[in-house]
Design a protein around this ligand. Structure first.
Ligand code: FPP
Length: 259
C-alpha cells in the first residue's frame, strides 16, 4: 500500500507549476533526460546529519522528478543512483543506498504503475545484493506493459566498463562471423551498449556544482546538452527541472553541422 505518511502526500502541482508545464510543452521537450544526482552528502553535512540522511532525502526528490518528467512528456529519465566506483564508500553507506530501491519501489511502485511509468535499469546486476536486484526486477516486471515515462535507474553502472564489454562482444561476434568488421558503425556499436534500447540523452543535468561526467554515459552524451546547477540534489525542485528544460529549449543543437 502506498505509504503517504512516511514520504509525502499524493503529488499535486500548483496552478503556477501547471501553467509553466503547459508553456514548456509548446516547445520540443527533451525525449531523454539523464541526471547525475549529486550533493546528498553535503546536504546532510550542512544539517549535521549522517550522509545517509541526504540519500534518503534524495530518494524523495527522485519521486517528484519522475512524476514531473512524466507530466512533461519526457520519454526516458535515466538517474545515476550508484556508480561502479561507489563501492569504495563506507560499508554502511553502500548498504544504505542498496536498500533505497526497495524502500522507493516498496512505497511508490503503485503510484508508478498508476501513472503508466515503466521501470528499467542499466548497470552490472550480478554484483548487486539479492534484495536490491529483487526489488528492481519486480518493478521492471510489474511495469513492463506501461508506455509512459521510462524511469531508468543506472545502478552499479560505469561507462568505461560498459564500453570495454561492448568492444569484447563486438570482437567475439566478429570472430564468430555474426558481425562483419566493415559493417561496424556508430549505430551498431551503440546496440552493444547497456543503453541499446534508449536514444542518446538530449539533456544531462548534474547537481551540486560539480562540472564533470564521473564515468557516466561517455559515449551516449557526445551530443547532449549539459545543464549544471549548484543546487544539491535533495534541494532539487520541480522548478529546477523546468528551468533546465527552458534552457534546453533555447539551445541550438547542431550535432557538428551548421544551421
Ligand atoms: C551522490 O551524492 C549520490 C549518490 C551516490 C547516491 C544517489 C542516490 C539517490 C539520490 C537516491 C536514489 C534513489 C533510488 C530510488 C535508487 P554524494 O553522496 O556523492 O554527495 P556529496 O558529493 O555531497 O558527498
Amino acid at each position: 500500500m502506498f505509504n503517504k505518511f512516511r514520504l509525502g502526500k499524493k503529488q499535486e502541482h500548483s496552478s503556477t507549476l501547471r501553467d509553466k508545464i503547459e508553456e514548456l510543452k509548446k516547445q520540443p521537450i527533451p525525449e531523454h533526460v539523464a541526471i547525475i544526482m549529486d550533493g546528498n552528502g553535503r546536504w546532510a553535512k550542512k544539517r549535521a546529519l549522517p550522509r545517509v540522511a541526504g540519500h534518503h532525502e534524495g530518494m524523495k526528490v527522485v519521486r517528484k522528478t519522475t512524476m514531473l518528467a512524466n507530466k512533461l512528456g519526457i520519454k526516458a529519465l535515466t538517474l545515476y543512483a550508484f556508480s561502479t566506483e561507489n563501492w569504495k564508500r563506507p560499508k554502511n553507506e553502500v548498504e544504505y543506498i542498496m536498500r533505497l530501491p526497495e524502500e522507493f519501489l516498496g512505497t511508490f511502485l503503485p503510484e508508478l504503475v498508476e501513472n503508466n511509468v515503466q521501470v528499467k535499469m542499466i548497470g552490472y546486476k550480478n554484483q548487486l545484493p539479492v534484495h536490491t536486484l529483487h526489488a528492481i526486477e519486480k518493478a521492471i516486471e510489474e511495469t513492463k506493459d506501461n508506455n509512459g515515462l521510462v524511469l531508468n535507474f543506472a545502478l552499479n553502472y560505469g561507462s568505461r566498463a560498459e564500453i570495454i564489454d561492448a568492444v569484447k562482444q563486438v570482437l567475439n561476434d566478429s570472430k564468430n562471423g555474426i558481425l562483419n568488421e566493415t559493417d561496424l558503425n556508430e549505430d551498431i556499436f551503440s546496440s552493444y551498449l547497456m543503453t541499446s534500447e534508449f536514444k542518446d540523452p538530449d539533456l544531462l543535468i548534474r547537481t551540486s556544482g560539480e562540472i564533470r561526467l564521473s564515468n557516466f554515459m561517455l559515449w551516449q552524451l557526445a551530443y547532449s546538452e549539459f545543464w549544471f546547477t549548484d543546487v544539491l540534489w535533495p534541494d532539487f525542485s520541480e522548478n529546477h527541472l523546468l528551468e533546465a528544460i527552458e534552457v534546453f529549449q533555447k539551445r541550438q543543437r547542431r550535432f557538428g553541422g551548421i544551421l
